[in-house]
Each structure stands twice: as C-alpha cells, then as structure tokens.
Design a protein around this ligand. Structure first.
Ligand code: ADP
Length: 486
C-alpha cells in the first residue's frame, strides 16, 4: 500500500481516540484488513471495545462544548480547509479505498470527490443555521427560535462507501457544532482514518472526531446507544441492524438517523428512450458492482420493449471488464466477502429453480476469489427471492409487465422505500408515477441521483432522516423556543 501513495502518512494503522492516535487496544487484540481483490493483508489494526469507546465519548462530550461556542464561520473555515485537503489528496485516498474495498480506482476517486462535496456543502451551510421569530401570542410576549447542536453524535458506517458514508455524517455534525465518535466497518477502516488525519491537519480540535477500530460492532453499538452522553446515533447499513440499534436507543429516546436497505425498482415503459434506459440501468445496477443501497434491484420492463431492452443491456454487460480495481479499464471489482458471493449465488439459483433464465453471466468469474460475472436474468417473477431481498451484487433481474397500474403495485410491494427509477417521455405519466412510487427518491430518466445538494434518504423500513442538502443539517440540530415577557 505504502509504495502506491504519494503521501504514505495517509496509510494509518492506529485509531484516533480522544484526540490521540492509539496503536494498541486495551485488550491487546488486533485484526487484519485485507484487499478483497487479492486476499492480501494490507493492515493490522488494534481491535478495540467499550473501554476505548467510553474514552472517545468522554472526550467528545468535553470538546463539544467549546466547539459549539465557535462561530459558524470558524467551523466553516476548518471544513473548507478539509475539503481542499480531500481534493488535493484524492488520488491517494482513492488508492487506499480501492485497496481495502476493491472498487475500480476511477470509481474510488469519484467517491472521494463525492464525499468531499458534502464537506464543502456543509462548510457553506455552517454559516446558515438560521433561527426564527414568531409573533407573540400575548401582548407582552416575544417568541424566538434558536437552533443548537444536538451534542455528541455516534456514527456507524458500512464498507460499500468507506469515505462518503462517513463524510456525509461527519460534515453536517461538525458544521453545526456537534462532536462525533465513529466506528467504520471493520472491512474498510483505512479510509475513515485518512479522513480523520486530514481533518486534524485542517485544524479540527482534538476530541471532536474519534475513529474507533473494532470487530465487535455489537459491543461498540451498545455503548453508543447506552451511554447517555451520546445524544444521537447516525447509522448507514442493513435494515436488520438498524432495527437492533433503534430498539437499543429506545431506552434513552435517542435521536436516530438511519440510512438502511433498499429494494429499488427500475421501470422502463414502452415509450422510454431505450438507449438512455439501458445506460441508466448500467449505472444504477452495476456501479460499485451492485453493492449500493440505491442500486436497481428489480428491473421492470414493459412487454413491448422487453426483448429489445434485454438484448441491448446484454450487449453492454458483455463489454464489462471484471478485475482488480487497479487494472486499467476494469469496471467491476470483487464482491466484498465470501458471504456476499454466496448471497448472489443463492438469489440466482432460487430464480433459476423457479423458472428464470440466465441471459448472461450467472457464475463466479474465472479469476476465482470474490469476482463474479455481471449477470442478467430474464423471466423473473415476484415469487423469487430476488424480488423481495436486496441482492447487493451484479445481478439484473428483468421482470415483464403490461400496465402502469400493475407495475406501480409491484414496485411498491416491498417494506423498503429508498430509491426508485423509471423511464418515460410522457409528462402526465411522469408525474403520476413519480407521485405514486412510495420511495424517498425517484430518478426519472436517469440512473444516478446522488448529490450533496439533494436530500438522500428513504421511507418505510429504509430509514429515518435525510443526508445532504439544506434539509440534512436539521438532523444534527435541536430547536429551542425562547418565550420572553417584556
Ligand atoms: P452490511 O455489512 O451488510 O453493510 P451491516 O448493517 O451488517 O451491513 O453493517 C453496517 C455497519 O454496522 C458496520 O459498521 C457493522 O460493523 C455495523 N454493525 C453490524 N452489526 C451491528 C450491531 N449489532 N450493532 C452495531 N453495529 C453493528
């Protein structure tokens, strides 16, 4: 890893706890981080637990008070500097990301710039935490609304976007004057450490941001939810774990931000621009090798264009290059773990057993390891596992539908409500369908919707709260109402 970096100091094997870089855990335990493309160990890190978590929370609790007193402009200045450092070091940060997570280097760099865009955005928003005045309800009353940081925020983040998922929690939290204690996924902690180092270099005071390294997510999660110095927990990951954390947080009525699983429908109507729909499906389905919570999980294609869409999509998929993210031209890296490969295989086997056909792919890649062939299934129906569960892999299941009514019912027939997509040129239909889809986000004639300027988030069991945009800052603020008698 070190030989690939212009600035080797960005490859860190210590946790950042309470303002100090800590090389060993109290238990003395360690864990390895491996490159999913090669299986090689790229770092050995201290494996921490509740004791270190408590230390980080205590420091955050103390440091947050002074941080909240700074002006928005002062906090904005530090975040702005961090944004510049992220951009200046984007190549190195992308190398670290590809090394620990496997995605193609170009996509990794895209993620770094995407993560940085949240830091830039919330640096700007730090200065705009406006309150309000309300005309009093009695002659002598003056009503003033102020917004204050919630306090210490705990963050738990997943491996699929090791930089961006943390950056978009960290940036709004520190922008408004919160302190954050984070626990990145044990598969991909190095990107979080590099972010923390750059934040330190940008001038973030000690204790405001800690990164706990741990394979015992259960214990760290318990401390995060049971420690009453933590006022909010923000989590991106599976719905199953989101439910556990919500239950745990109930005892102290903890504020929660939850970005959970999805089961995104991608609908292609007969009147769609078919080439644009194929392009959108490629981006939405195969980006990050299908391992994003907004990836198209169910592709519904209207009967009149079903065969043509399947053929065009297969042509594109056939041209994909699977391989190590550092190889030029690769656009599909490995899956993250053996478990992920097994889930993809299980979904394919179940669909085939129930009558689906494999149009292309369907098997582990010839390279072995965690590589899997980009796959298209045709003749997929609602009784198959793939219709209900998030596959999180490079499999595009094509369902055939006849009417708008039918496809909306199928699209909404899920407990999830994160992203959805559809393609049509009929303006009336566009509004009808966009309003009928029970999702937090709707991509219309586009397969790529993520941006820091818009609110990212889901409804139903896909989560609580929004990240990014002017709405995203509210998740880290409390409203206080002052009633003054004059
Ligand atoms: P996935 O690994 O499929 O992305 P998870 O929800 O299992 O989804 O993991 C997301 C994050 O949640 C990771 O950082 C993981 O370590 C953490 N995590 C997993 N289980 C728990 C738990 N019981 N309590 C707290 N955090 C957890």
């Amino acid at each position: 890893l070190l030989s690939k970096l212009k600035d080797p100091s960005l490859a860190i094997d210590k946790a950042l706890i309470a303002g100090e870089w800590v090389a060993t855990s109290e238990s003395g335990n360690t864990f390895d981080v491996t490159n999913p493309s090669t299986g090689e160990v790229i770092a050995t890190l201290p494996d921490m637990n509740r004791a270190e978590t408590v230390r980080a929370i205590d420091a955050a609790h103390t440091a947050q008070k002074a941080w909240a007193k700074k002006t928005g402009k002062e906090r904005a200045g530090i975040l702005r500097k961090l944004y510049e450092l992220l951009v200046a070091n984007a190549d190195d940060l992308a190398v670290i990301l590809t090394m620990e997570m496997g995605k193609p280097l170009a996509e990794a760099k895209g993620e770094i710039l995407y993560g940085a865009s949240y830091v830039e955005w919330f640096a700007e928003e730090a200065k705009r935490v406006y309150g309000d005045t309300i005309p009093g309800h009695q002659e002598d009353k003056r009503i003033i609304i102020i917004k204050q940081p919630v306090g210490v925020v705990a963050a738990i983040t997943p491996w699929n976007f090791p930089n961006a998922m943390l950056a978009r929690k960290f940036a709004p939290a520190v922008a408004v004057g919160c302190a954050m204690v984070s626990k990145p996924a044990a598969e991909t902690p190095l990107s979080a450490l590099a972010l923390a180092l750059l934040a330190e270099r940008a001038g973030l005071p000690a204790g405001i941001f800690s990164v706990i390294l741990s394979t015992d997510a259960v214990s760290v999660g318990k401390e995060f939810t049971e420690n009453d110095k933590v006022r909010k927990l923000t989590f991106t990951g599976s719905t199953a774990v989101g439910k556990i954390l919500m239950r745990q947080g109930a005892d102290q009525i903890m504020k929660l931000g939850l970005e959970l699983g999805g089961n995104a429908p991608f609908i292609v109507f007969d009147d769609a621009d078919l080439d644009a729909a194929v392009e959108g499906a490629m981006v939405s389905k195969y980006r990050n090798n299908g391992q994003t919570c907004v990836c198209a999980n169910r592709l519904y294609v209207q009967a009149g264009v079903y065969d043509a869409f399947a053929r065009k999509l297969a042509e594109k998929v056939a041209a994909m290059k699977v391989g190590d993210g550092f190889e030029p031209g690769v656009n599909a890296g490995p899956l993250i773990t053996d478990k992920a490969v097994a889930k993809v295989q299980e979904h394919i086997a179940d669909a085939v057993a129930k009558g689906a056909s494999i149009a292309i792919g369907g098997k582990p890649d010839a390279r072995g390891g965690l590589f899997f062939q980009p796959t298209i299934l045709t003749g997929v129906t609602s009784d198959m596992k793939i219709a209900r569960e998030e596959t999180f892999g490079p499999v595009a299941p094509l369902f055939k539908f006849e009417t708008e009514e039918e496809v909306i019912a199928m699209a909404n027939n899920t407990e999830f409500g994160l992203a959805s997509y559809f393609y049509s040129k009929d303006i009336s239909k566009i509004f009808r369908v966009a309003e009928a889809l029970e999702y937090g986000m709707v991509g219309i004639n586009t397969g790529l919707i993520s941006t820091e300027v818009a609110p990212f988030g889901g409804i139903k069991q896909s989560g609580l709260g929004r990240e990014g945009s002017k709405y995203g800052i509210d998740d880290y603020l409390e409203i206080k109402y002052l009633c003054l008698s004059v």
